[in-house]
Design a protein around this ligand. Structure first.
Ligand SMILES: [Cu+2]
Length: 148
């Protein structure tokens, strides 16, 4: 009898995974995003988005616009020979969002760099991000500023 009791819930969970799960769900979407709060007089701020590609075609992050930034760059972070963290412009390869996978941004990794803030980013504020992919897909997302 025990196996009978557990069969139904297990089947339900598997159906949900099939309906919502990454690869093959057919959509590309921003799964999560946040911006780091800044000290007063900061000239730059980092923003992180996770872009989930549920389609069966690769895509690429092409452009990001935020009205509170004079300019936007996409950066990767490397540790140099002196063990100092250095940011550099992301290569086109680093911005690919492979089919069925997620482009992940994180502190000390890939990030969106906001250059020339209009004012410090304070926790609790929200930013409007316009994101364009190489395929032509565009997102407008609202991103919280957080103290992390
Ligand atoms: Cu940077």
């Amino acid at each position: 009898m025990r196996s009978t009791v557990w069969t139904a819930p297990t089947a339900a969970v598997m159906l949900m995974v099939a309906a919502c799960g990454g690869g093959g769900s057919g959509v590309i979407e921003v799964a999560d995003s946040w911006a780091s709060s800044t000290p007063p007089n900061a000239q730059t701020a980092a923003i992180y988005v996770q872009i989930e590609n549920g389609t069966d075609a690769d895509d690429r992050l092409a452009d990001v616009t935020i009205d509170r930034c004079d300019a936007i760059e996409l950066h990767t972070t490397n540790i140099d020979d002196a063990r100092i963290m250095r940011m550099r412009l992301a290569t086109p390869e680093a911005l690919v969002i492979p089919a069925g996978e997620t482009l992940e941004m994180e502190p000390a990794g890939l990030h969106i760099m906001c250059i020339g803030l209009d004012a410090p980013f304070r926790a609790g504020e929200h930013l409007d991000l316009d994101i364009a992919l190489e395929s032509g897909t565009r997102f407008r997302i609202i991103t919280p500023v957080e103290n992390r």
